[in-house]
Design a protein around this ligand. Sequence first.
Ligand SMILES: Nc1ncnc2c1ncn2[C@@H]1O[C@H](COP(=O)(O)OP(=O)(O)O)[C@@H](O)[C@H]1O
Ligand SMILES: [Mg+2]
Length: 233
Amino acid sequence: MLEPFLSTNEITKISFECGLDRILSGGIESKTITQFYGPPASGKTNLCLLAVVRCVGQGKKAVFIDTEGGHSIERLSQIAGDNLEAVLENSYFYEPASFSDQQFIVENLDQIITPDVGLIVLDSAVAFYRFERNDENASEINKALTSQLALLSGLARKHNLAVIITTQVYASYEVENGVEPVGGSMLKYWSKVIVELKREGRDVEAVLVRHRALPDGMSVRFRITSEGIKTLD
Ligand SMILES: Nc1ncnc2c1ncn2[C@@H]1O[C@H](COP(=O)(O)OP(=O)(O)O)[C@@H](O)[C@H]1O
Ligand SMILES: [Mg+2]
């Protein structure tokens, strides 16, 4: 029998607990993919880590897929402060070494998702994609990336959890501000909330590019601090 899907779960939000919430209508929404894009050092990873800390602060667990393999744990310890132990206990960290590794992890996330998981982060969605994509494999690798986004979107809706993906930018003369996100239309299709991060000296401007409930163009400025971020207006 075809059972109608009755969603009893209300959308929940992971609040950043600062002015950034203003352009997100309260925080990162469950059941949807939120995308942050921007150049290197524009704060993408910082925002992802802060979301993990806030998610755990709300009593939930978080999954963090770090494709840029790095120093995320060190930075996480600064942002989490006294809550580091709780954050580590309630987070699953993965560091894929290739695009196929990333594919494997995303395809198998279903196995570790329990009702208390509130957030999945894929930071970055496109680092391996960009590196490994060539004329021969373009169609195949595009299809694989699309399937990852579809899987993440499905998990978000099925388990009422939030998903954050990040993407880099490349120079483009076709748009006003001169940069476009890597994976453009594919990522755009799957991301219901999109925020562009622009570095301005020591500060970052976060501009809302897409949201279901807010006008695009809203923006907020923040500075990356040792404890996380501090909004400036
Ligand atoms: N403890 C800290 N205090 C202040 N700024 C920091 C600290 N740690 C990292 N940063 C800043 O964060 C920026 C990198 O942000 P990140 O989120 O990694 O960028 P992205 O992921 O967009 O490349 C760098 O400019 C760095 O100076
Ligand atoms: Mg990063």
